[in-house]
Design a binder for this molecule. Structure first.
Ligand code: UD1
Ligand code: CA
Length: 470
């Protein structure tokens, strides 16, 4: 049972995600809004998966089809809650798949920062009890359900006082509102008990809802003890209801990722101006300037510098690479020793071999640039197979599209393409060929020869510029 929780019970997870999310003012269900490039609910699903849960049930309501389509995950058990009658009612929609002998962990789809570590501690805190709650101590507990602990116990440490019940803010007396320990909503319950207690929950409260939190009182009445674990980092239990909270937790999440990278030795010029929306693997001496966005799956080698305002998406970057400011690089491979930018764009399926150079205002699409070749200024290179040590002059364009089809350009080793040349594909430039500046070529150019296609330069004697008649 390596990596599994202390208890020998199976773990089943229920994620509540049927809420409307009215305060997002969006046509998209709340749980699909993204944090670090990933839907909120996906963060929760991923945490559940990290715990090796036996099953994960997702209770959906509003925009359910959208959630299903976006997550596209057949390993989840999808449970529809047609009407949102409260958290207890929501869990009820998912009990069918729950085994009596399981530990059932209940999570919220809009609480994305909860860590695996915290969840493991909660499961450990449950121990052999019938249930355990994840709670938090907040300076401002307003809005949350309050944890009421056994008042008869004279011990002042709250952990020693057993949880008696949870009272929702809307149902709370002034005295209870003063309690600063709140219910995170996350709990773990024995499968059999969960089913028994859910059946007994009523909706006799201010909101007329079936409260999952009423479980606690039922448990206590039956002589069970509710254990609890107080979260160390309150951000972990924060839910998202509006765009302000979404932005706040986005920054929190980014800060954590930044700290994690810096701990591994990555230099971030300003961790507050760094965004990772995916996963990154880094070598030694990687230095990242401000406003860099890294998306998807990226791999970066040793001794790599990334300039300000650069975006990398699904990139593989070798060692000793320098990427200057304002580049957009996507789904491409950059080998050792390359120099890129500023203002360069690599579009998908591009491969730069060792020591290639791609300079400013250069766009490269679906092309292979072999060792040591240089495209230094103002060029478009598309669908091109380029040899080694080629020099592409400023303003060279591969005309790869005829309006209907894309065609390939081949350029041999050591070719030299003069500035402002248009290569009309399909075309092949032989190795060692030199192309005169300003040429438009639509036929192959032979190896080791000079080819050009511009009109010969003329001078006309006696020519006068037109002048205006007064
Ligand atoms: C709930 C808790 C409260 C706790 C707080 C923490 C109850 C009765 N109260 O209150 O003690 O402090 O969370 O944030 O449980 N949902 C459904 N179907 C429903 C109702 C809710 O799926 O019918 C989902 C929501 O999408 C959300 C979660 O359950 O993910 C919590 O619902 P919400 O209405 O935000 O709970 P609170 O009233 O804030
Ligand atoms: Ca509510």
């Amino acid at each position: 049972m390596k990596g599994k929780i202390m208890s020998n019970k199976q773990l089943q997870v229920i994620i509540l995600a049927a809420g409307k999310g009215t305060r997002m003012y969006s046509s998209m269900p709340k749980v699909l809004h993204e944090l670090a490039g990933k839907p909120l609910v996906q963060h929760v699903v991923d945490s559940a998966k990290a715990l090796n849960a036996e099953s994960i049930s997702l209770v959906y309501g509003h925009g359910g089809e959208q959630v299903k389509n976006k997550l596209d995950d057949e390993t989840l058990i999808w449970c529809e809650q047609k009407e949102q009658l409260g958290t207890g009612h929501a869990v009820q929609q998912a009990v069918e798949a729950i085994n009596d002998t399981s530990n059932v962990l209940i999570l919220y789809g809009d609480v994305p920062l909860l860590s695996k570590d915290t969840l493991e501690k909660l499961l450990k805190a449950k121990d052999k009890q019938a249930l355990a709650l994840l709670t938090a101590n907040l300076d401002n507990p307003a809005g949350y359900g309050r944890i009421v602990r056994n008042s008869e116990n004279k011990d002042n440490s709250i952990v020693e006082k057993k949880v008696e019940k949870i009272v929702e803010e809307k149902d709370a007396s002034e005295a209870i509102k003063k309690i600063t320990e709140v219910n995170s909503g996350v709990m773990v319950v024995n499968g059999d008990k969960l089913k028994q207690w859910l059946a007994k929950i009523g909706n006799n409260n201010v909101q007329g809802e079936y409260y999952l939190t009423d479980l606690i009182e039922l448990a206590v009445k039956e002589g069970e003890t509710g254990n609890s674990y107080i979260v160390e980092d309150n951000k972990e239990i924060e839910g998202i209801n509006n765009k302000i909270q979404l932005a706040d937790l986005e920054r929190e999440y980014q800060k954590r990722q930044a700290v994690n990278l810096m701990t591994k030795g990555v230099t971030l010029r300003d961790p507050l101006r760094f965004d990772l929306r995916g996963e990154i693997e880094t070598g030694q001496d990687v230095s990242i300037d401000i406003n860099v966005i890294i998306e998807g799956q990226c791999k970066i080698g040793n001794n790599v510098k990334i300039g300000a305002n650069t975006i990398l998406k699904d990139m593989t970057i070798g060692d000793n690479v320098e990427i200057l400011e304002n580049c957009i690089l996507e789904k491409s491979i950059v080998s050792n020793g390359c120099l890129i930018g500023p203002f360069a764009r690599l579009r998908p399926d591009t491969q730069l071999d060792e020591n290639a150079k791609v300079g400013n205002f250069v766009e490269i699409k679906k092309s292979h640039i072999a060792k040591g070749s240089k495209v230094s200024h103002l060029s478009y290179i598309g669908d091109t197979e380029m040899g080694e040590n080629v020099n592409i002059g400023a303003g060279t364009i591969t005309c790869n599209y005829d309006g209907a089809y894309k065609h390939v350009t081949k350029i041999g080793d050591n070719a030299f393409i003069g500035s402002n040349t248009a290569l009309v594909a399909p075309i092949e430039i032989g190795s060692g060929a030199t192309i005169g500046a300003g040429s438009t070529l639509n036929k192959n150019a032979e190896a080791d020869k000079l080819t050009f296609s511009r009109a010969a330069q003329k001078t006309i004697d006696g020519w006068k510029r037109p002048t205006k008649i007064k």
